[in-house]
Write a protein that binds this ligand. Structure first.
Ligand code: NIG
Ligand code: FE
Length: 414
């Protein structure tokens, strides 16, 4: 082992390895494999050593960083965002503060549809530029892998453009992007009276997206006044046949049965779940669907948060957390802010939260074989925090605790 020359070695860190290949369920979410005075070595972009700083002293390395007892975690994984879009919706703040519900703003042609108008008008360059700014923020705040949905085109050219922009963004900056086709995100104005015809158009688009390898997942907004459970099943079944992994915006506002549908179809994740029925939650956990909770959205919409404690304690679920970054229901790129909300709003412990933004969120986008934990052979995606314990990260909220970030072994935030 000593003949190998390491590219980088990080020593004297408190390492949260969050190791283990399966999703971390229930009480196991609190086992973060904390190693005191530990070292992590990197060769060719991958983790090649995890052990004590004492053992690492014998290793030869080109670079060495002394973490001085601070917390080293896997790079954060954000498994649910609406990254590529144009504009912002602060013009809706007054309506929101006046108590007009989210779905009513959408019904009046605002909300998602207002972003659809802006996105359809934007050029490819404008979409790239706005998303690059968000990705830069994400990286500076510790996110090294992100899922990105389409869904602000609601027509063939703009949906494809959003997905192609996401593909191009991979080459322009370090954050890894996993794409999801969310064509049925709302009913566009030109199809208001013919939602089934719109859905059919989105179904017809699936093979082209698959052939061009523009997305790994397909998703739908299953919600009262948007797409029903029957329509969602039709779309998701077609997507599954076409080879996509399934995701679903489920039971965000009304207990419509999205959670039950996710279980029935064996979705990879079911996201939101604020209003999901107890039976729905039970069946999705039994079916191995990852519940992705989005406490930024419930907080921002001033809705009752999802039942994280029930999921973790009673159902022994592998909960994951995400930002849901989008210009309407949750305009933040910061997973660290979501982590603070997960403590305060969802009553999750700091250890559960770390697990939910690393290995479990990696499972929610089927990337856990490469990212989400600090283990030999995995990609060297790492965050060093200006914190010496996990509780400090969520307790001292609203600021950026990142000291350094590595992506594929590259020291991208110094
Ligand atoms: O996950 N609920 C549907 N979609 C997004 C919000 C998108 C928007 O408001 O622009 C969500 O909350
Ligand atoms: Fe969303």
């Amino acid at each position: 082992m000593t003949e190998r020359v390491f590219d980088s070695l990080i020593v004297h860190a408190q390492v949260a390895t969050i190791a283990g290949s399966a999703p971390h369920c229930g009480s196991a979410m609190r086992e973060i494999g904390l190693l005191n005075d530990a070292a992590v070595g990197i060769i060719d972009g991958n983790i090649a050593f995890v052990g004590s700083s004492q053992d690492a002293a014998a290793l030869e390395t080109k670079e060495c960083l002394d973490a001085r007892g601070r917390l080293l975690t896997p790079g954060l994984v954000d498994p649910h965002t609406h990254l590529v879009h144009s504009g912002s919706r602060e013009n809706e703040l007054a309506q929101k503060l006046a108590g007009i519900p989210y779905l009513e703003i959408l019904q009046q042609g605002g909300g998602i549809l207002s972003t659809v108008h802006a996105t359809r008008r934007a050029s490819r360059e404008e979409l790239i530029e706005q998303a690059l700014r968000s990705l830069r923020t994400m990286l500076l705040w510790g996110t090294t892998t992100v899922e990105a949905k389409s869904g602000y085109g609601l027509d063939v050219p703009t949906e494809l453009l959003q997905l192609r922009v996401a593909q191009e963004l991979r080459k322009l900056q370090p954050v890894e992007i996993i794409s999801t086709f969310l064509g049925p995100h709302a009913i566009p104005p030109e199809y208001q009276d013919r939602p089934d015809a719109f859905l059919e158009q989105m179904i017809q688009l699936l093979p082209a997206i698959q052939t061009e390898q523009l997305a790994d997942f397909a998703d739908i907004f299953c919600e009262h006044g948007v797409f029903s459970v029957v329509q969602s099943e039709r779309f998701l079944e077609a997507a599954q046949k076409a080879g996509f992994g399934l995701k679903i915006h489920a039971d965000e506002v009304e207990p419509l049965g999205g959670a039950e549908l996710a279980a029935k179809l064996g979705a990879v994740s079911a996201d939101h779940l604020l209003a999901a029925s107890e039976n729905g939650l039970r069946s999705l956990v039994s079916a191995g669907v990852i519940p992705v909770l989005l406490p930024g959205t419930s907080w921002n919409l001033r809705a009752k948060p999802a039942r994280a404690r029930f999921l973790i304690d009673t159902l022994q679920a592998p909960v994951a957390l995400a930002t849901d970054y989008n210009p309407g229901s949750c305009p933040t790129e910061s997973l660290q802010f979501i982590m603070a909300l997960a403590a305060n709003e969802l009553r999750m412990t700091p250890e559960e939260i770390l697990t939910a933004v690393t290995i479990n969120s990696a499972h929610a986008i089927r990337q856990a074989h490469r990212v989400g934990s600090i283990e030999v052979g995995k990609q060297a995606d790492l965050c060093l925090f200006n914190a010496d314990n996990p509780a400090y990260l969520v307790y001292h909220f609203g600021i950026n605790h990142i000291a350094d970030v590595w992506k594929k072994g590259q020291h991208v935030v110094v």
